[in-house]
Design a protein around this ligand. Structure first.
Ligand code: TNX
Length: 521
């Protein structure tokens, strides 16, 4: 039998020397109503490669079958998370997967898949394989509640099919949040019914810079670039993610990173007479939204449609890299600051964010933003995604905010993972898998109280230099496997050398799925 190669490593695992044989006779028994979703997903996972029917039934003998049940422990904590605890027993007599709730079972399903030969991950039927799963007893639950991956579909667009493929690959590693960066200076990528020009105009840039944007003189490809999700696409992607226990967290980045929207609706800008273009190069833009009530209403309308589409508890409003140059010279912005007794432009951004926060709250959701939303005062109840440094995470936790650790130095997967001289072009950095494996969301310097505010961690796949699915996979894997383990597995059970051993099995699973994985480490 193959050595076990589970990633992320379960909290506790014991091999029992037995094996379970999957045959055409095996049924999937959803013993409780809450097990139906995981049973359906498991059935599709098993039937495709094996060609067996793997029917889902509600009543059948346990012996010889795969039995799923949940105990209905669905209580959500303050941040809306349930406890994803499950146990999995695989013997020659059958498989028993039980868990607190549907999410727990979905994590257990991913573990069970990895107990079979890698061919089980084949997208088409494979004949001549013995479909045996290694006999184990597993008790498992995650170290962190927020285990995220961020996709940037603005700088380069990834289609519905490509996005779903990435969600599936992340779900295999037990990620439960996929943050989707839908809008930026270089393209608006989500249909908003009330403001159609956001996509008819805002999704298209005239051309794209070629090579690294810091190389001067800049060269361009002189080819228009576009793409966006219709609302129907979004519904399908959300359904695909939900079936896998993944919550999609939408981001509409404001008040900076808004050139595409200002291009489509110039009245959103500070100087409507100066036509702003959808940006054709990378880096930080000077454009920022005009902070008037009309702009606020526009953004609330956008968020309204976004919240209708995404059931996510957290709604991301960006807030990063909002240059204040335009506000400094705009009479209107200065007048608004004076009217509201705002001392500086940071307070103006905070005032802006606060209105979005109130609006999001009024819809029963929670706002989350990049750590810049701490400047000028954090809106009450908002959560913070710390990207610039670790201090911002600690500061946020001290302010009583829930935090997602997304430190650029440790989990920016748009950074190089090996010698830049031999790698395809990337933005910058030095972030090999081993460094990702050293990532810790909580910091040694945090008090227990502060640590309790750290919901988890997330890696970012900013796509300035990532224009194809194949390169996206290359940047994501295997680094995402290292991250998945650091977010799921208790620290005491994490061991890098052991991880590398198990990665061999994971590489075989990726191979079967045709994933363009980086060869290192
Ligand atoms: C900073 S991280 C950004 C992004 C870029 C990224 C490139 C953050 C909140 N903002 O707009 O894509 O750097 O690494």
């Amino acid at each position: 039998m193959m050595p076990l190669s589970l990633i992320p490593r379960p909290a506790t695992i014991r091999e029992n020397g037995q094996a379970f044989q999957l045959t055409a006779a095996v049924r999937i028994v959803a013993e409780t109503p809450g097990a139906a979703k995981a049973a359906a997903l498991l059935s599709s996972y098993l039937s495709t490669p094996t060609g067996f029917a793997c029917p889902v039934v509600t009543d059948a003998p346990r012996k010889g079958n795969i039995v799923l049940s949940e105990s209905g422990l669905n209580e959500q904590d303050d941040a809306g998370f349930v406890r994803e605890k499950y146990s999995l027993v695989v013997t020659a007599d059958g498989v028993r997967l039980s868990g607190n709730n549907s999410e727990s079972l979905l994590r257990g399903v991913q573990t069970l898949r990895q107990l079979f030969p890698a061919a089980l991950f084949s997208p088409v039927r494979v004949d001549g394989v013995e479909w045996t799963a290694t006999g184990v007893q597993i008790e498992d639950e995650p170290a962190y509640r927020w285990r995220g991956m961020m996709l940037d579909v603005s700088r380069h667009f990834f289609s519905k099919e490509e996005t779903c493929r990435m969600i599936e690959l992340f779900a295999q590693q037990k990620f439960n949040r996929v943050h989707i960066h839908l809008t930026d200076d270089q393209g608006w990528r989500i249909e908003i019914k009330k403001y159609p020009k956001l996509t008819t105009i805002g999704s298209i840039r005239e051309r794209t810079v070629v090579g690294h944007h810091s190389t001067k003189p800049r060269q361009y490809d002189e080819t228009p670039y576009g793409g966006f999700f219709t609302q129907e696409d979004i519904r399908e992607i959300v359904a695909f993610a939900t079936a896998r226990g993944v919550e999609l967290v939408p981001e509409i980045d404001m008040p900076g990173h808004m050139a595409a929207a200002i291009c489509a609706y110039p009245e959103l800008g500070n100087f409507p007479k100066n036509q702003v273009e959808v940006r054709d190069t990378w880096g930080i833009s000077y454009n920022i939204l005009r902070p008037t009530p009309e702009t606020m209403n526009f953004m609330k309308d956008v968020l309204d449609e976004v919240m209708d589409l995404f059931p996510s508890k957290f709604i991301h409003i960006g807030g990063d890299e909002a240059r204040k140059d335009e506000w400094e010279i705009s009479h209107l912005a200065q007048k608004i600051m004076a009217q509201h007794s705002l001392k500086n432009e940071e307070e103006l951004q905070a005032w802006f964010s606060k209105q979005m926060n109130d609006f999001i709250k009024s819809r029963g959701r929670r706002m989350i933003g990049w750590d810049e939303i701490l400047e000028g005062g954090l809106p009450s109840g908002a959560a913070v995604m710390s990207w610039r440094n670790e201090e911002s995470a600690q500061h946020a936790a001290q302010c009583g905010a829930d935090v997602v650790a997304a430190y650029s130095s440790q989990v920016y997967f748009d950074y190089y993972q090996a010698d830049s001289a031999t790698e395809p072009l990337a933005i910058c950095g030095d972030l090999p898998t081993e460094k990702v494996y050293r990532f810790s969301p909580v910091l040694k310097s945090m008090t227990d109280d502060e640590k309790a505010h750290v919901m988890g961690g997330q890696a970012q796949l900013w796509s300035e230099y990532i224009s194809t699915l194949s390169y996206l996979e290359y940047m994501a894997f295997p680094r995402a496997c290292a991250l998945a383990e650091k977010l799921w597995t208790p620290l005491t059970a994490c061991n890098y050398l052991d991880f590398l051993q198990r990665l061999k099995g994971q590489r075989a699973r990726f191979g079967v799925q045709n994933v363009n994985q980086h060869p290192l480490p």
